[in-house]
Design a protein around this ligand. Structure first.
Ligand code: UDP
Length: 234
């Protein structure tokens, strides 16, 4: 696959450690992958989640109101964005954070500026989700990918693709090499929320699901290795 501009979705959950809110080993591992790919001439935008800190739904289960909890969830993505920015910059790669809920030195999302920065080989991290409650950062990732004209969304998880069933529960589950949007949506194969799929499908944006904990994963995908699942086609 030849990609000029990619959007990498990183789940916040993956950044969480066993005993800490943020696992610096994972953080720097992912940052180095992103910096290396950007240094190799591929334009990289990132959408970061917040699941290691707060998720609206989990807070709601504890009795908080959903709309307030989603605000807290979106603010969590700002925190992860700052950690990731610093880790990427420590590799010598320029990186800017923009947020739908800006705070401190984080700037507001401006797609025109983001595209200019990407063209200048800067990494752009989009935080704050969509800025609206009731959806997740997967929806934000598909939205931002369409807005910046990304060639593909690389969805980094801790599983190496989409399976016929949950591989952590069913040992006979098989990984799809490629699967259509409709199949993932109709068979409830999970991975992303439906609104995210709808945007990707409507705008023919391919999604590649892969295990970002594998240190050479992003490089491998760009080299055309079969290490995940490609979602495309009606
Ligand atoms: N969120 C939201 N609107 C958005 C994106 C995120 O309200 O557009 C909130 C929601 O509560 C979500 C939380 O932010 O649970 C953290 O994002 P997410 O769960 O997607 O993080 P991830 O699963 O990637 O760790």
């Amino acid at each position: 696959m030849q990609f000029k501009r990619i959007l990498v979705k990183i789940s916040g959950q993956i950044l969480g450690g066993k005993d800490s809110l943020i696992d610096s080993v994972t953080l720097f591992q992912i940052a180095q992958q992103i910096a290396a790919v950007a240094a190799g001439g591929v334009q990289v935008a990132v959408v970061i989640g917040g699941g290691n800190l707060f998720r609206g739904r989990s807070l709601e289960e504890q009795g908080m109101s959903r709309l307030m909890s989603d605000q807290v969830g979106m603010i969590s993505t700002n925190i992860n964005a700052l950690f990731l920015q610093e880790a990427i910059e420590s590799s010598g790669q320029g990186c800017e954070v923009m947020s739908a809920l800006p705070v401190g030195e984080i700037q507001d999302i401006n797609i025109r500026n983001a595209k200019n920065l990407l063209s200048e080989d800067q990494v752009v991290i989009f935080a704050g989700g969509t800025g609206n409650p009731l959806v997740t950062t997967d929806t934000a990732a598909s939205l931002r990918a369409v807005q910046i004209d990304a060639d593909v969304m690389l969805k980094g998880t801790r599983v190496d693709g989409v399976y016929t069933a949950d591989p952590e529960k069913d040992p006979s589950a098989k990984r799809f090499e490629q699967v259509s949007y409709s199949e993932v949506m109709s068979q409830s194969l999970g991975v992303m929320d439906l609104e995210a799929y709808r945007i990707c499908k409507d705008f023919a944006l391919p999604v590649y699901v892969f295990n970002i904990l594998d240190v050479k994963s992003i490089h491998g995908i760009l080299e055309g290795k079969n290490i995940g699942t490609l979602i495309k086609g009606d």
